[in-house]
Design a protein around this ligand. Structure first.
Ligand code: SF4
Ligand code: SF4
Length: 413
Protein backbone atom coordinates (compact mmCIF):
# COMPACT_ATOMS: atom_id res chain seq x y z
CA UNK A 1 0.00 0.00 0.00
CA UNK A 2 1.30 3.45 -0.85
CA UNK A 3 0.23 5.91 1.78
CA UNK A 4 -1.86 8.65 0.26
CA UNK A 5 -1.82 11.42 2.83
CA UNK A 6 -4.51 14.06 2.52
CA UNK A 7 -3.25 17.61 2.25
CA UNK A 8 -4.56 19.83 5.04
CA UNK A 9 -7.88 21.48 4.30
CA UNK A 10 -6.51 24.96 4.85
CA UNK A 11 -4.26 24.63 1.80
CA UNK A 12 -6.21 25.95 -1.15
CA UNK A 13 -4.01 24.79 -3.96
CA UNK A 14 -3.69 21.17 -4.94
CA UNK A 15 -0.08 20.25 -4.21
CA UNK A 16 1.27 16.96 -5.48
CA UNK A 17 4.77 15.67 -5.82
CA UNK A 18 4.81 16.99 -9.36
CA UNK A 19 4.27 20.58 -8.35
CA UNK A 20 1.48 23.14 -8.34
CA UNK A 21 -1.50 22.05 -10.36
CA UNK A 22 -4.09 24.30 -11.87
CA UNK A 23 -5.98 26.23 -9.25
CA UNK A 24 -4.40 29.59 -8.60
CA UNK A 25 -3.42 29.90 -12.25
CA UNK A 26 0.25 29.33 -11.54
CA UNK A 27 2.76 27.71 -13.86
CA UNK A 28 3.06 23.96 -13.45
CA UNK A 29 6.78 24.14 -12.84
CA UNK A 30 8.16 27.40 -11.67
CA UNK A 31 11.58 27.79 -10.08
CA UNK A 32 12.45 30.94 -8.18
CA UNK A 33 16.11 31.97 -7.97
CA UNK A 34 17.05 34.58 -5.39
CA UNK A 35 20.46 36.13 -4.82
CA UNK A 36 21.58 36.05 -1.21
CA UNK A 37 25.04 37.15 -0.14
CA UNK A 38 25.45 35.24 3.13
CA UNK A 39 23.91 33.60 6.18
CA UNK A 40 22.45 36.60 7.95
CA UNK A 41 19.01 35.24 8.90
CA UNK A 42 17.32 38.61 8.31
CA UNK A 43 18.68 38.77 4.76
CA UNK A 44 17.71 35.15 4.09
CA UNK A 45 14.24 35.79 5.46
CA UNK A 46 13.79 38.80 3.18
CA UNK A 47 14.75 36.79 0.10
CA UNK A 48 12.62 33.82 1.11
CA UNK A 49 9.59 36.03 1.66
CA UNK A 50 10.10 37.80 -1.67
CA UNK A 51 10.66 34.49 -3.46
CA UNK A 52 7.59 32.89 -1.94
CA UNK A 53 5.45 35.80 -3.13
CA UNK A 54 6.23 34.63 -6.67
CA UNK A 55 4.60 31.26 -6.04
CA UNK A 56 1.61 32.48 -4.10
CA UNK A 57 3.03 33.52 -0.72
CA UNK A 58 3.49 31.52 2.49
CA UNK A 59 -0.21 31.62 3.30
CA UNK A 60 -0.95 29.46 0.27
CA UNK A 61 1.07 26.63 1.80
CA UNK A 62 0.87 26.95 5.56
CA UNK A 63 -1.62 28.25 8.10
CA UNK A 64 -1.72 28.75 11.88
CA UNK A 65 -1.63 25.57 13.91
CA UNK A 66 0.14 23.45 11.31
CA UNK A 67 3.11 21.28 12.21
CA UNK A 68 5.69 21.93 9.51
CA UNK A 69 8.67 19.63 9.07
CA UNK A 70 11.89 21.06 7.66
CA UNK A 71 13.64 18.07 6.09
CA UNK A 72 17.24 19.24 6.12
CA UNK A 73 20.39 17.73 4.60
CA UNK A 74 22.26 16.35 7.60
CA UNK A 75 24.57 13.98 5.80
CA UNK A 76 26.92 13.57 8.75
CA UNK A 77 28.62 15.35 11.65
CA UNK A 78 29.87 18.24 9.53
CA UNK A 79 30.19 21.88 10.46
CA UNK A 80 28.14 24.34 8.38
CA UNK A 81 31.27 26.07 6.98
CA UNK A 82 32.04 22.88 5.04
CA UNK A 83 28.87 23.34 2.92
CA UNK A 84 28.06 19.66 3.52
CA UNK A 85 24.84 20.29 5.47
CA UNK A 86 21.90 22.67 5.25
CA UNK A 87 23.20 25.75 7.03
CA UNK A 88 21.68 26.27 10.51
CA UNK A 89 21.15 30.01 9.87
CA UNK A 90 19.15 29.11 6.77
CA UNK A 91 17.01 26.87 8.97
CA UNK A 92 16.79 29.64 11.58
CA UNK A 93 15.38 32.07 9.00
CA UNK A 94 12.78 29.55 7.86
CA UNK A 95 11.84 28.67 11.42
CA UNK A 96 11.21 32.35 12.20
CA UNK A 97 9.04 32.74 9.10
CA UNK A 98 6.97 29.67 9.91
CA UNK A 99 6.53 30.71 13.53
CA UNK A 100 5.31 34.08 12.32
CA UNK A 101 2.75 32.13 10.31
CA UNK A 102 1.62 30.47 13.54
CA UNK A 103 3.16 27.06 12.78
CA UNK A 104 5.03 24.62 14.98
CA UNK A 105 8.38 23.82 13.39
CA UNK A 106 10.08 20.42 13.31
CA UNK A 107 13.63 19.94 12.03
CA UNK A 108 14.57 16.43 10.97
CA UNK A 109 16.77 14.04 9.02
CA UNK A 110 18.86 10.89 9.38
CA UNK A 111 22.58 10.94 8.69
CA UNK A 112 24.41 8.37 6.60
CA UNK A 113 27.01 5.91 7.84
CA UNK A 114 27.71 4.22 11.11
CA UNK A 115 30.12 4.77 14.00
CA UNK A 116 30.42 1.80 16.38
CA UNK A 117 27.24 0.38 14.91
CA UNK A 118 25.19 3.53 15.50
CA UNK A 119 24.02 6.09 12.94
CA UNK A 120 25.66 9.44 13.74
CA UNK A 121 22.49 11.57 13.47
CA UNK A 122 22.51 12.76 17.11
CA UNK A 123 26.14 13.84 16.76
CA UNK A 124 25.40 15.48 13.40
CA UNK A 125 22.63 17.57 14.91
CA UNK A 126 25.09 19.02 17.42
CA UNK A 127 28.10 19.47 15.11
CA UNK A 128 26.03 21.08 12.35
CA UNK A 129 24.61 23.65 14.79
CA UNK A 130 21.03 22.60 14.07
CA UNK A 131 20.36 21.43 17.65
CA UNK A 132 21.44 24.84 18.94
CA UNK A 133 19.32 26.75 16.44
CA UNK A 134 16.30 24.57 17.23
CA UNK A 135 16.71 25.33 20.94
CA UNK A 136 17.18 29.07 20.38
CA UNK A 137 14.22 29.36 18.01
CA UNK A 138 11.80 27.00 19.79
CA UNK A 139 11.75 24.33 17.07
CA UNK A 140 11.47 20.60 17.75
CA UNK A 141 14.26 18.26 16.64
CA UNK A 142 13.09 15.06 14.98
CA UNK A 143 15.96 12.59 14.85
CA UNK A 144 14.64 10.26 12.14
CA UNK A 145 16.52 7.34 13.69
CA UNK A 146 14.41 7.55 16.84
CA UNK A 147 10.96 8.61 15.69
CA UNK A 148 9.64 5.33 14.36
CA UNK A 149 8.80 4.37 10.80
CA UNK A 150 5.87 3.97 8.45
CA UNK A 151 5.80 0.96 6.16
CA UNK A 152 5.11 1.71 2.51
CA UNK A 153 5.00 -0.40 -0.61
CA UNK A 154 7.35 1.16 -3.19
CA UNK A 155 5.72 1.91 -6.53
CA UNK A 156 8.75 0.57 -8.45
CA UNK A 157 8.39 -2.89 -6.91
CA UNK A 158 12.18 -3.09 -6.55
CA UNK A 159 11.65 -4.20 -2.96
CA UNK A 160 8.39 -5.38 -1.43
CA UNK A 161 8.33 -2.83 1.37
CA UNK A 162 10.20 0.18 2.59
CA UNK A 163 10.34 1.86 6.01
CA UNK A 164 10.39 5.63 6.09
CA UNK A 165 10.77 8.05 9.00
CA UNK A 166 7.43 8.67 10.69
CA UNK A 167 7.71 12.49 10.98
CA UNK A 168 7.50 12.69 7.17
CA UNK A 169 3.93 11.38 7.53
CA UNK A 170 2.97 12.95 10.86
CA UNK A 171 3.75 16.52 9.80
CA UNK A 172 0.96 18.60 8.27
CA UNK A 173 3.35 19.99 5.71
CA UNK A 174 6.91 19.06 4.69
CA UNK A 175 9.50 21.44 3.28
CA UNK A 176 12.57 19.82 1.74
CA UNK A 177 15.76 21.85 2.35
CA UNK A 178 18.50 20.40 0.13
CA UNK A 179 22.01 21.75 -0.21
CA UNK A 180 23.56 22.54 -3.60
CA UNK A 181 26.35 19.97 -3.92
CA UNK A 182 28.28 17.74 -6.26
CA UNK A 183 28.39 14.00 -5.63
CA UNK A 184 31.43 11.87 -6.41
CA UNK A 185 29.30 8.87 -7.42
CA UNK A 186 25.99 10.46 -8.48
CA UNK A 187 27.56 13.66 -9.98
CA UNK A 188 25.06 16.02 -8.31
CA UNK A 189 22.85 15.98 -5.23
CA UNK A 190 19.93 18.32 -4.61
CA UNK A 191 16.19 18.29 -4.02
CA UNK A 192 15.46 14.83 -5.44
CA UNK A 193 18.32 13.04 -3.68
CA UNK A 194 17.75 14.76 -0.33
CA UNK A 195 14.79 12.53 0.47
CA UNK A 196 17.11 9.51 0.74
CA UNK A 197 17.57 10.65 4.36
CA UNK A 198 13.97 9.59 5.02
CA UNK A 199 15.37 6.06 5.36
CA UNK A 200 16.41 5.93 9.00
CA UNK A 201 19.81 4.90 10.30
CA UNK A 202 21.80 2.00 9.01
CA UNK A 203 19.16 0.78 6.57
CA UNK A 204 20.51 3.20 3.97
CA UNK A 205 23.52 0.92 3.39
CA UNK A 206 21.17 -1.90 2.47
CA UNK A 207 19.61 0.23 -0.28
CA UNK A 208 23.06 1.09 -1.60
CA UNK A 209 23.82 -2.66 -1.73
CA UNK A 210 20.57 -3.38 -3.56
CA UNK A 211 21.07 -0.49 -5.98
CA UNK A 212 24.80 0.00 -6.66
CA UNK A 213 24.08 1.91 -9.86
CA UNK A 214 23.04 5.54 -9.15
CA UNK A 215 20.21 5.14 -11.67
CA UNK A 216 18.82 2.22 -9.66
CA UNK A 217 19.24 4.22 -6.48
CA UNK A 218 17.26 6.92 -8.28
CA UNK A 219 14.33 4.49 -8.56
CA UNK A 220 14.43 3.98 -4.78
CA UNK A 221 14.51 7.72 -4.24
CA UNK A 222 11.58 8.15 -6.64
CA UNK A 223 9.70 5.60 -4.50
CA UNK A 224 10.28 7.81 -1.48
CA UNK A 225 9.06 10.94 -3.27
CA UNK A 226 5.90 9.15 -4.35
CA UNK A 227 5.23 7.89 -0.83
CA UNK A 228 5.78 11.00 1.27
CA UNK A 229 4.43 14.03 -0.64
CA UNK A 230 6.60 17.04 0.04
CA UNK A 231 4.89 20.39 -0.58
CA UNK A 232 7.83 22.70 -1.11
CA UNK A 233 11.54 22.48 -1.92
CA UNK A 234 13.90 25.29 -0.91
CA UNK A 235 17.59 24.84 -1.75
CA UNK A 236 20.35 26.34 0.34
CA UNK A 237 22.77 27.31 -2.42
CA UNK A 238 24.30 30.27 -0.63
CA UNK A 239 27.43 28.22 -0.16
CA UNK A 240 27.62 25.15 -2.37
CA UNK A 241 29.99 22.19 -2.49
CA UNK A 242 32.09 21.69 -5.62
CA UNK A 243 34.55 18.96 -6.64
CA UNK A 244 34.31 15.67 -4.80
CA UNK A 245 31.08 16.18 -2.85
CA UNK A 246 28.88 15.51 -1.01
CA UNK A 247 31.21 15.82 2.01
CA UNK A 248 34.80 16.02 0.79
CA UNK A 249 34.53 18.78 -1.81
CA UNK A 250 35.46 22.46 -1.59
CA UNK A 251 33.21 25.34 -0.67
CA UNK A 252 31.92 27.50 -3.53
CA UNK A 253 30.16 30.78 -2.77
CA UNK A 254 27.20 30.57 -5.14
CA UNK A 255 24.94 33.06 -3.28
CA UNK A 256 21.70 31.48 -4.52
CA UNK A 257 18.44 30.28 -3.02
CA UNK A 258 16.16 28.18 -5.24
CA UNK A 259 12.48 27.62 -4.48
CA UNK A 260 9.99 25.34 -6.22
CA UNK A 261 7.12 22.96 -5.61
CA UNK A 262 8.71 20.66 -8.20
CA UNK A 263 11.91 18.91 -7.03
CA UNK A 264 12.94 17.79 -10.51
CA UNK A 265 12.42 21.25 -12.01
CA UNK A 266 14.48 22.75 -9.19
CA UNK A 267 17.30 20.25 -9.77
CA UNK A 268 17.11 20.76 -13.54
CA UNK A 269 17.66 24.49 -13.06
CA UNK A 270 20.38 23.95 -10.41
CA UNK A 271 22.18 21.47 -12.69
CA UNK A 272 22.06 23.98 -15.54
CA UNK A 273 23.67 26.52 -13.24
CA UNK A 274 26.54 24.05 -12.77
CA UNK A 275 26.80 23.44 -16.52
CA UNK A 276 25.04 20.07 -16.57
CA UNK A 277 21.91 18.53 -17.98
CA UNK A 278 19.51 16.01 -16.50
CA UNK A 279 21.04 13.32 -18.77
CA UNK A 280 24.36 13.82 -16.98
CA UNK A 281 22.88 12.92 -13.59
CA UNK A 282 21.65 9.32 -13.21
CA UNK A 283 19.32 9.98 -10.26
CA UNK A 284 17.58 12.75 -12.19
CA UNK A 285 17.21 10.48 -15.22
CA UNK A 286 15.34 8.05 -12.96
CA UNK A 287 13.27 10.92 -11.54
CA UNK A 288 12.33 11.92 -15.09
CA UNK A 289 11.34 8.34 -15.93
CA UNK A 290 9.15 8.27 -12.84
CA UNK A 291 7.60 11.66 -13.70
CA UNK A 292 8.54 13.34 -10.44
CA UNK A 293 8.33 16.69 -12.16
CA UNK A 294 9.46 18.71 -15.14
CA UNK A 295 12.95 18.16 -16.56
CA UNK A 296 12.67 20.14 -19.77
CA UNK A 297 14.25 23.54 -19.19
CA UNK A 298 12.12 25.03 -21.95
CA UNK A 299 8.99 24.16 -19.96
CA UNK A 300 10.24 25.47 -16.62
CA UNK A 301 9.47 29.06 -15.78
CA UNK A 302 12.37 30.69 -13.97
CA UNK A 303 11.60 33.83 -11.99
CA UNK A 304 12.98 35.94 -9.17
CA UNK A 305 16.35 37.58 -9.72
CA UNK A 306 16.80 35.79 -13.07
CA UNK A 307 14.57 34.60 -15.89
CA UNK A 308 16.91 31.76 -16.88
CA UNK A 309 19.48 29.64 -15.05
CA UNK A 310 22.81 31.44 -14.84
CA UNK A 311 26.06 29.52 -15.21
CA UNK A 312 28.15 29.61 -12.02
CA UNK A 313 31.67 30.48 -13.20
CA UNK A 314 34.58 28.08 -12.58
CA UNK A 315 32.46 25.61 -10.61
CA UNK A 316 34.42 22.35 -10.25
CA UNK A 317 32.52 19.18 -11.15
CA UNK A 318 33.45 15.73 -9.81
CA UNK A 319 36.09 13.65 -11.57
CA UNK A 320 33.46 11.18 -12.67
CA UNK A 321 31.50 13.74 -14.60
CA UNK A 322 31.31 13.04 -18.29
CA UNK A 323 28.69 14.92 -20.18
CA UNK A 324 26.22 13.01 -22.30
CA UNK A 325 26.84 15.71 -24.88
CA UNK A 326 30.10 13.94 -25.68
CA UNK A 327 28.33 11.01 -27.32
CA UNK A 328 30.25 11.56 -30.54
CA UNK A 329 33.33 10.58 -28.56
CA UNK A 330 31.87 7.26 -27.49
CA UNK A 331 35.12 5.32 -27.79
CA UNK A 332 36.94 7.81 -25.62
CA UNK A 333 34.13 7.75 -23.08
CA UNK A 334 34.32 3.94 -22.97
CA UNK A 335 38.03 4.13 -22.37
CA UNK A 336 37.53 6.58 -19.54
CA UNK A 337 34.79 4.34 -18.16
CA UNK A 338 37.25 1.48 -18.13
CA UNK A 339 39.83 3.49 -16.26
CA UNK A 340 37.50 5.22 -13.87
CA UNK A 341 38.23 6.46 -10.36
CA UNK A 342 38.21 4.17 -7.37
CA UNK A 343 38.23 4.94 -3.67
CA UNK A 344 41.51 4.52 -1.82
CA UNK A 345 42.16 5.11 1.86
CA UNK A 346 45.03 7.41 2.74
CA UNK A 347 46.46 5.80 5.87
CA UNK A 348 48.20 9.02 6.90
CA UNK A 349 44.87 10.82 7.26
CA UNK A 350 42.87 7.84 8.55
CA UNK A 351 41.82 8.01 12.21
CA UNK A 352 40.65 4.39 12.37
CA UNK A 353 37.12 5.40 13.30
CA UNK A 354 35.83 2.58 11.05
CA UNK A 355 32.90 4.62 9.76
CA UNK A 356 33.81 3.47 6.24
CA UNK A 357 34.21 -0.16 7.31
CA UNK A 358 30.81 -0.24 9.01
CA UNK A 359 29.07 1.73 6.25
CA UNK A 360 30.37 -0.27 3.30
CA UNK A 361 27.31 -2.13 2.03
CA UNK A 362 29.38 -5.07 0.78
CA UNK A 363 32.02 -5.21 3.54
CA UNK A 364 34.81 -4.53 1.07
CA UNK A 365 37.09 -2.64 3.49
CA UNK A 366 39.42 -4.54 5.78
CA UNK A 367 39.04 -3.28 9.35
CA UNK A 368 42.76 -3.51 10.18
CA UNK A 369 44.65 -2.65 6.99
CA UNK A 370 41.89 -0.43 5.48
CA UNK A 371 42.60 -2.08 2.17
CA UNK A 372 39.67 -2.19 -0.23
CA UNK A 373 38.78 -5.42 -1.99
CA UNK A 374 38.01 -4.03 -5.44
CA UNK A 375 36.54 -7.35 -6.55
CA UNK A 376 33.74 -6.82 -4.01
CA UNK A 377 33.52 -3.01 -4.19
CA UNK A 378 30.36 -1.79 -5.92
CA UNK A 379 31.70 1.79 -6.20
CA UNK A 380 28.84 3.31 -4.25
CA UNK A 381 31.36 5.84 -2.83
CA UNK A 382 29.75 5.69 0.61
CA UNK A 383 33.23 5.44 2.15
CA UNK A 384 34.29 8.61 0.36
CA UNK A 385 31.00 10.31 1.17
CA UNK A 386 31.03 9.50 4.87
CA UNK A 387 34.65 9.74 6.00
CA UNK A 388 34.84 12.73 8.32
CA UNK A 389 38.58 13.11 7.86
CA UNK A 390 38.76 13.23 4.06
CA UNK A 391 40.93 10.12 4.19
CA UNK A 392 39.16 8.39 1.30
CA UNK A 393 40.40 9.80 -1.96
CA UNK A 394 39.24 9.02 -5.47
CA UNK A 395 42.19 7.93 -7.54
CA UNK A 396 42.75 6.80 -11.05
CA UNK A 397 45.21 3.90 -11.03
CA UNK A 398 46.49 4.76 -14.46
CA UNK A 399 48.42 8.03 -14.64
CA UNK A 400 48.05 8.27 -18.41
CA UNK A 401 44.31 7.86 -18.07
CA UNK A 402 44.29 10.60 -15.46
CA UNK A 403 46.11 13.06 -17.73
CA UNK A 404 44.05 11.97 -20.71
CA UNK A 405 40.80 12.57 -18.87
CA UNK A 406 41.85 15.99 -17.64
CA UNK A 407 42.78 17.03 -21.19
CA UNK A 408 39.53 15.60 -22.45
CA UNK A 409 37.50 17.56 -19.92
CA UNK A 410 39.41 20.72 -20.63
CA UNK A 411 38.92 20.35 -24.35
CA UNK A 412 35.29 19.40 -24.52
CA UNK A 413 33.54 20.98 -21.54
S1 SF4 B 1 39.13 6.13 6.14
FE1 SF4 B 1 37.92 7.68 7.19
S2 SF4 B 1 36.04 6.64 7.78
FE2 SF4 B 1 37.52 5.04 7.26
S3 SF4 B 1 38.44 4.50 9.22
FE3 SF4 B 1 39.75 6.03 8.27
S4 SF4 B 1 39.04 7.97 9.12
FE4 SF4 B 1 37.42 6.48 9.52
S1 SF4 C 1 34.65 0.22 -0.62
FE1 SF4 C 1 33.63 2.22 -0.60
S2 SF4 C 1 32.92 2.49 -2.69
FE2 SF4 C 1 33.41 0.33 -2.46
S3 SF4 C 1 31.48 -0.61 -1.90
FE3 SF4 C 1 32.53 -0.14 0.00
S4 SF4 C 1 31.77 1.88 0.60
FE4 SF4 C 1 31.22 1.56 -1.56
Amino acid sequence: MILDREQPEQVEIDITFTGLKGRGGLALSRVIIKNCTGYDPDEIKRHLDAGMELIGGWERFVSPGMQVLLKVNLIGPKRPETAAVTHPEFVRALTRILKEQGCTVWIGDSSGGSIAGIAPTAQSLVVSGLARVAKEEGAVIKNFDKEGVVEVTPASGRVSRMYLARPMFDADFVINLPKLKTHSAGIYTGAVKNLFGCIPGLRKAEYYRLAPDPKDLGQTIADIHQAVKVGLHIMDGITAMQGEGPTAGDVYHAGKILISTDPLALDTVAAAMLGMEVDDIPILVSARERQLGESDLAKIEVAGDFDAPILLPDFKLPKRFRSSRKSNHAVLVKLIDFLKTRPRIKRKLCKDCNMCVESCPVQAIDRESKRIDYASCIECMCCHELCLHNAVELKRDNLIADIFTRLYRGTYR
